[in-house]
Write a protein that binds this ligand. Structure first.
Ligand SMILES: [Mg+2]
Length: 390
């Protein structure tokens, strides 16, 4: 028997740093097709949402590699993120683009006076994501493969069709369109001032689509503890996949009590401003389904830390919004995971996520697999190039 010859090991060339040569920071305002309202609008706390302010960061290295990252804000904060990004960017020039952990720390320390969560950390997220995109592109790997993928597709559910301002007939039509497009589950906003309206709307969707539809609800923090307890118990009969943000986001103890007393899993975490905030939710057993948001907690680097913590705690994972970034990150998680289908950022990119059989499928393109569209340039209100002096 002759053995198959084994090819000789490829010896990589010696590593040389790939220095960051220039960074373009841009502020982009993406209008929504329709103004939307969740419970925060119905309780008079916020106005309907009409646009998303996106902070774009494009990094180029001395080897000619490129990476793109983004963050976002809703209702306010966009101009401040842009100004802060212009302030932080020079600190990365001439740094080795591969040193992501060190560069994240460098930006965090530069940002120390601005705080360890909120606007400053959200601004860092765009740089961190751009560095991960660049690293994966340089390696010729999709981001999920660079990190270590667990699956090539992730279950997904739609949120954008289930807002409180849409009459229930419209919600059902939108759900029909989502399911026909291959999306696997439907989330409905609740938290209407009249609790009977919530229960009627959930019942209508459950009746229309039957017991097998993965169905979630999101109260957007609008109940107090007694009301949340009552509503969560009333919702048990609908066999929901989860009940999201039944209480104010900072009420860790309240979420923990609910999570222990209700059969339906409690989901929360989207408002967390740092991985430390999420750690607190995990440590107190406040969530059965954890909902981290990479742009809100500082980017891919801290998100991976959260994934490791969620894995150790045996939690389910359902990252908040930004499916373009959260799909590849969710694909690395070994437990039950969902990606949220909200198409608001689609105008920024040439590519569309492939959705079929209830799942979003990873792109085979390197990095995030995203290319900025002409429309992204047209929607850009401010832009600045920070470059190494020539
Ligand atoms: Mg939510």
């Amino acid at each position: 028997m002759t053995a198959t010859p084994v090819p000789p090991l490829r010896t990589p060339a010696e590593y040389t740093p790939d220095r960051i040569a220039e960074i373009r920071v841009s502020s982009v305002r993406v209008p929504l097709p329709h103004a939307i309202s969740d419970a925060k609008v119905y309780t008079g706390r916020q106005k309907p949402l009409t646009e998303v302010a996106v902070l774009l960061v494009e990094i180029r290295s001395s080897d000619g590699c490129a990476g793109m990252g983004f963050g976002y804000s809703l209702r306010s904060g966009g101009p401040a993120q842009y100004a802060h990004a212009c302030e932080l960017a020079p600190a990365l020039i001439d740094e080795d683009a591969a040193d992501i952990s060190r560069l994240w720390e460098k930006l965090v320390w530069l940002n120390a006076s601005a705080g360890s969560s909120g606007l400053g950390i959200q601004t860092i997220a765009a740089f961190d994501t751009a560095l991960w995109d660049l690293k994966a592109r340089r390696a010729g790997l999709p981001l999920a493969k660079l990190i270590g993928a667990h699956q090539d597709s992730v279950p997904c559910y739609n949120t954008s069709g289930g807002y409180l301002n849409a009459p229930i007939e419209q919600v059902i039509e939108a759900a029909e369109r989502s399911l026909a497009a291959g999306i696997g589950g439907i989330k409905l906003k609740v938290g209407h001032p009249d609790r009977r309206v919530d229960l009627q709307r959930v019942a209508a969707v459950r009746d229309r689509f039957g017991p097998d539809l993965p169905l979630m609800v999101d109260a957007n923090q609008q109940w107090d503890r007694p009301r949340a307890q009552r509503m969560c118990q009333a919702l048990e009969e609908f066999d929901l996949t989860w009940i999201e943000e039944p209480l104010p986001a900072h009420d860790v103890a309240g979420h923990a009590t609910l999570a222990n007393s209700v059969r339906t899993p409690i989901a929360t975490g989207e408002m967390a401003g740092s991985s430390a905030d999420l750690e607190k939710l995990i440590d107190h057993g406040a969530a059965g389904v954890l909902q981290p948001d990479a742009p809100r907690i500082g980017g891919v680097t801290p998100f991976l830390d959260v994934l490791a913590q969620a894995r150790r705690a045996r939690l389910q994972l359902a990252p908040h919004f930004v499916m373009e970034l959260h799909l590849p990150l969710a694909a690395t998680f070994p437990g039950q995971v969902w990606v949220e289908h909200i198409e608001w950022l689609e105008p920024l990119f040439e590519e569309r996520i492939r959705i079929a059989d209830g799942r979003m499928h990873l792109s085979a393109a390197p990095g995030l697999g995203l290319t900025l569209s002409e429309q992204a340039r047209a929607l850009t209100s401010d832009t600045r190039l920070i470059a190494r002096p020539r």
